[in-house]
Design a protein around this ligand. Structure first.
Ligand SMILES: C[S@@+](CC[C@H](N)C(=O)[O-])C[C@H]1O[C@@H](n2cnc3c(N)ncnc32)[C@H](O)[C@@H]1O
Length: 361
């Protein structure tokens, strides 16, 4: 993710998805056996800005209902994450101070962990509730570069198979790690990007297809000689959108390592969250309304850029910084110009698979 708060400032959709899950988290906390202290974790939290309101609501709910336990809040992400921005946000030094819950409640201790969530990150049986939003579609490593596309959801069968088996191994590791960390009766709530029953996924929900556009504009840079064949091919997202059956598979088999580790699936459902930037444009009257097409494009493209830019930037590794920045800007400008020319159908709707997982008591 881009650092310095760029991610959460431009990702209203991800924040909305997390805020909607607040009730589920509060409900789960009420059902978890009471321990002396309360340890919470947010896996793949980026700069923490998108989940701050939700955690403030959850912690506020605890305190208002007489739960005065010490709370340890562990934010996890990759070592490369901008944890400095995260800590600044929590202490009210950046972003909206109203959501800086660390300042507002006593006995709340905020920590960061820069180890990937495919590994165990906490001591055995020490986590009451784990949460993760929009993060576990990242695979631990790319099994291969995707030859003629940027995303496996649109790729050839061989690439799809390679990414699917990597994602299955990763999912098992994620679950086994959480099984070790959770206390008996603890919960893991995760909102993962995935493919729903209608075959829809992020940016592909019936309108214009976001990943096809990424590929089109990236390929155009190769065809006009701006980038090399290697650079064209290296832009593969290290992601896989699992289907419901892939998420549920480890729980359906009583002899699977995940079932034996004591995890069970309490519920699973898919959820569509409409693109807030498109909603704002449409409520301003759409094309010909109060918001210009260009203003709409200028609001939509940064939300896509906040999480995708790193893929294209990495593909250009080895170039001078200015050269790289110019190419990246040209790439996103091409997408922005296409949206401004004809905004209809351009949006970034979210599709999540929402899972509520419990460790046996
Ligand atoms: C799209 S952001 C989501 C951030 C936030 N949870 C939200 O919903 O807005 C995905 C985050 O997952 C992190 N991530 C990717 N792979 C990871 C891994 N193996 N371990 C921990 N975090 C990871 C990325 O660095 C990024 O910060």
């Amino acid at each position: 993710m881009r650092g310095a708060g760029y991610y959460s400032e431009r990702t209203a959709g991800a924040r909305d998805v997390i805020n909607d899950a607040g009730t589920m988290v509060i409900q789960a906390l009420a059902e978890i056996p009471k321990t002396e202290g309360l340890r919470l974790a947010d896996f793949g939290a980026a700069d923490g800005g998108t989940s701050r309101e939700m955690w403030k609501r959850v912690i506020g709910h605890c305190r208002e209902n007489g739960d005065s336990r010490q709370i340890e809040m562990l934010y996890t992400d990759l070592a490369s994450n901008d944890f400095s921005t995260l800590f600044r946000m929590m202490q009210g030094m950046q972003g909206d101070r109203n959501h800086a819950y660390q300042n507002q409640y006593d006995n709340v201790f905020v920590h960061g962990c820069g180890t990937g969530f495919h590994q165990q990150l906490m001591a055995d049986c020490s986590l009451n509730l784990g949460f993760s939003a929009t993060a576990m579609h990242y695979v631990s490593e790319k099994p291969m570069e995707i030859p003629a596309h940027v995303h496996v959801a649109c790729a050839d069968p061989a690439s799809q198979m390679a990414y699917a088996s990597q994602a299955a191994r990763d999912w098992e590791n994620i679950l086994l790690a959480r099984a070790a960390e959770l206390i008996p009766g603890g919960r893991f709530i995760c909102l993962n990007f995935g493919i729903d029953e209608q075959g829809r996924y992020l940016g592909n929900t019936g309108g214009k297809h976001m990943f096809e556009h990424f590929h089109k504009f990236w390929r155009a840079l190769f065809e006009d000689g701006t980038i090399t064949a290697d650079e064209y091919e290296r832009a593969s997202f290290a992601q896989y959108y699992r289907r419901m059956d892939e998420f549920c598979a480890p729980f359906g088999d009583p002899s699977s390592p995940v079932s034996k580790a004591g995890l069970r699936l309490k519920s699973a459902h898919s959820k569509l969250t409409k693109c807030p930037y498109e909603a704002a444009f449409l409520s301003a009257g759409g094309v010909g309304g109060e918001m210009s097409n260009l203003d709409y494009a200028d609001s939509l493209i940064p939300t896509m850029r906040s999480w995708s830019e790193t893929v294209f930037r990495t593909a250009l590794q080895g170039r001078e910084a200015d050269d790289c920045a110019a190419i990246i800007n040209r790439f996103y400008d091409a997408y922005r110009d296409a949206v401004a020319a004809d905004p209809s159908g351009h949006a970034m709707d979210y599709i999540h698979i929402v899972l509520d997982i419990e460790k046996a008591r």
